[in-house]
Design a protein around this ligand. Structure first.
Ligand SMILES: Cc1ncc(COP(=O)(O)O)c(C=O)c1O
Length: 412
């Protein structure tokens, strides 16, 4: 069927877990991916053989820990092809990264009447932090509308610049609900023409498609490491060094300082100015192993696999009576498929699927404004990743049939 089918299930021990005695069909990777053995192994190896705090010790163990922690930063720079003038700041994920920018850059640079451009398909993580800073600074929010086919309305986007003083644009690269791949390069070009900055939320793109930050040219790019095979509590903010340098610290305390007196403090160099306190050291070592795993696989293959599975799943499920999909018809490079079945609440579908060992997400997916745009309270969402295959689509199909029978909806 495709270049990756089932090739790596053996690397993911969670797939051996039985759910109510049944095979686990994990279709919730957009929430968090499973972790391969090599990632789990790298974490246990860190705790067993290298555990120490970083950047502080003159002793060998601390130096080893520091090296392992910093090695991941170099791997990430290469993997995402970050430009020379860019920095990677470790965060807990995309939420941590957006909050850092909204709080530090936003509080310093936004004022009365300035406009922050977001879209109707944003995750709450790339929405609420901006609402908070906008309220505080008297700035305004403008939204790029979502078309009926689940894409960003670029004409409307361009129009916003004509009569607003846009300071920053913050949009996702791939929607976690619709699976839409947004034209971020065009979005960046347009904003830069008007002197506005751009933050791209890469939570759903980084795990699935080759991302070349140098080519995309955003000012900020955010990643959730735990969605790309890495440990939970890991992610990063990419930012242009010049902008990051001009931003005040976000959190303060140990490690982010250069010098402290009783009256004052000066800040450490980048990226440490934004990495206050003891970090998730073992987690970032694990993220390095995740990057190695994806690099070995090749992101072109990863993209092809997710896209093919989302297309096949859509084809297969479309024969179910009352099935309605949300998102572009051509399938999703992010491996996402959102749907509803007429007459059924998605939570009921999800609960019945769970009884069959099938894990899908149901609800508003932290995108309530998008649910409003789609005129639904919630959807069910299957999200595919490298360890899924056609057998998983068959299981999903049978599971939904069972749900339809149990809920007495009638089958075509
Ligand atoms: C598009 C998008 N942005 C942001 C986030 C938040 O990521 P995290 O919870 O890792 O901070 C998610 C998580 O699902 C997401 O899908």
């Amino acid at each position: 069927m495709n270049s990756l089918a089932g090739c790596c299930k053996k690397d993911f021990s969670t797939l051996k877990v039985k759910i109510y005695g049944k095979r686990l069909v994990y279709l919730d990777s957009a929430a968090t991916s499973l972790k391969p053995e090599s990632v789990i192994e790298s974490i246990t190896d860190f705790y067993r053989n290298h555990n120490a705090n970083i950047h502080r010790g003159v002793y060998l163990l601390s130096q080893e820990a520091t090296q392992l922690y910093e090695k991941t930063r170099s791997k990430l720079k290469k993997f995402f092809n970050t430009p020379e003038e860019g920095e990677i700041i470790y965060t807990s994920g995309t939420t941590g990264a957006v909050n850092l920018v909204a709080s530090s850059w936003g509080r310093t640079n936004l004022g009365e009447g300035d406009v922050i451009v977001l879209s109707e398909m944003e995750h709450h993580s790339n929405l609420v932090p901006w609402q908070i800073v906008a309220r505080e600074k008297g700035a305004e929010l403008a939204y790029i509308p979502v078309t009926d086919s689940g894409e960003l309305d670029l004409e409307e986007y361009k129009r916003i610049f004509k009569n607003h003083s846009v300071k920053i644009v913050a949009v996702n690269h791939i929607s976690n609900v619709l699976g839409t791949l947004n034209p971020v390069e065009e979005i960046v070009r347009q904003a830069h023409m008007y002197g506005a900055l751009v933050l791209i939320d890469g939570a759903q793109s980084a795990p699935h498609i080759p991302v070349d930050i140098s080519r995309m040219d955003p000012d900020f790019y955010t990643v959730s490491g735990h969605k790309m095979l890495g440990p939970t509590g890991t992610g990063f903010l990419y930012g242009r060094r010049g902008i990051l340098k001009s931003m005040p610290p976000y959190q303060s305390g140990g490690d982010m300082i250069e010098e402290v007196s009783l009256e004052n403090a000066t800040w450490n160099e980048l990226p440490y100015k934004f990495e206050a306190g003891t970090q998730n050291i073992a987690g970032f070592v694990g993220l390095g192993a995740a990057v190695d795993y994806l690099s070995r696989m090749g992101m072109d293959r990863v993209r092809k696999h997710g896209e093919e599975l989302s297309v096949k799943a859509r084809e297969k499920l479309s024969s179910i009576k009352g099935m309605k999909f949300y998102g572009p018809e051509k399938g999703s490079p992010g491996g996402v498929l959102s749907f509803n079945i007429e007459g059924a609440h998605p939570h009921d579908i999800g609960t019945i699927l769970d009884s069959e060992g099938i894990a899908v997400r149901t609800g508003h997916h932290c995108a309530q404004p998008l649910m409003k745009r789609l005129s639904v309270p919630a959807t069910a969402r299957a999200s595919f990743y490298i360890y899924n295959d056609e057998q998983d689509i068959e299981s999903l199909y049978s599971g939904i049939h069972k749900a339809v029978e149990v809920l007495k909806l009638g089958v075509k």
